[in-house]
Write a protein that binds this ligand. Sequence first.
Ligand code: GTP
Length: 439
Amino acid sequence: MNLAYVRDYLRLVLLVPILLSSLLLSSLLFSSLTLAQQSDIAQEKKNVSQLSALAPVAELSIDPQLISLISLLNDSEHDQVDTQQTITRLSDLIASYNYAEQCLLLIAKALTAKSNQQYLQATELFQSAEQLFEHIPDAQLSAPIFSQLHHHLAQLYAEQADYQQAFLQRREYLKKYQQYRKSKRQQMIDSLKQNIEVEKKVELNEILISQNESKARRIAEQQAQKQQRRYNFIAILATTFVFILLLFRQVKVRNKLLQLTKIDALTQVYNRNTLFEQGHKLIADFANKPSDFTVLLLDLDHFKKINDNFGHHIGDQVLVKCAQLVGETMRSRDVFARIGGEEFAALLPYADYNKAKAIAERINEKISQASFDYLPSEQKVTVSIGLASMTHSNMSFDELIHCADLAMYQAKEQGRNCVVSYNKIAHEQERRSQDSGVE
Ligand SMILES: Nc1nc2c(ncn2[C@@H]2O[C@H](COP(=O)(O)OP(=O)(O)OP(=O)(O)O)[C@@H](O)[C@H]2O)c(=O)[nH]1
């Protein structure tokens, strides 16, 4: 009991002189303040109280000049005159400053006072600055530029042997420092996350771009293929067209050649081959189905004289004209041909003797009465015609032609420009032979 009592007593005895000496020191320091400095502090306090009326919550903007001023002051080798001038200059802007800027200006002044070892004044300035903390967002206060206030206050309190306050300030400083580190770390994490997100987005964007490119390439390829198919189709179409054109041309040429083999080049009527071909065919048809069939053989009279007198080319024109005149007399089913030189033949199916004779006489009349522009008017062109009709179905075409030929020669003998029927000759011959037999 006694020992504890003695210990408490000693503590009290030690504490009282410490308190007394600190009070004495404070009063001495206080008295050393100049009147001007006191008025400064008063002004600062007034400004603080005025600004307290406003209460912005969002992070406050800070004049960059203040930031560089504080960092200069934190440099132990700073130019005091220069920094003092800056403080004075920036103090003029106090009316336009927000809480944070006000606070930093106070911190700057406090740092100046502290470096000038005006600890009491520095403490008061730091305290005034601290009062503004309630108007500044917590996140902003954890920044070293603000939180250093606690560090300096801790030093100043320790200097003034106010260890409790020093401890509290130190603790506050560490707390804010931790907060600041934490928020910085979080910021870094957020920034990394953001970077990762951005990278992901960039990657995704690149994938999308490459997908779009490959899609565009695919579309272009498809279009090129489509175009190629179109070209191929056009090429095939053009080739087919040309092929068909050539085929038609070929057919046309072939027909032309075929026609040339059938047609007489000068008179454009059938030639000898066609006549015999058609004649054999008609004879074969009539063998199955007997009907009237007559052949005319025509030979121009004294044609040699025409050639000799007027020239071969005039002879040719006479041949052409005569062929044309005979052609006009033919029926659609008749076959008319030039069998050589100035000799022609006509096949008249379904024509009996009388009908054929009428046709032959019509031909005779037409040619003899025709006018030939290139011949003198007195020059007449006549034709001798031999006529032979089928008398029985066993008669061959060659026989029929031969009979017509005989009749034609008879017509020549009778003085030309006439029609002679083989049937009549045969009949005459028969009658003569009968007469001679009777005699
Ligand atoms: N211009 C021309 N003359 C031809 C052609 N073919 C044959 N001749 C001529 O026809 C003439 C036939 O003469 P001929 O056989 O003596 O008969 P023709 O003078 O008509 O006397 P007839 O038949 O007895 O009336 C010949 O002079 C041939 O040269 C031809 O294509 N063109």
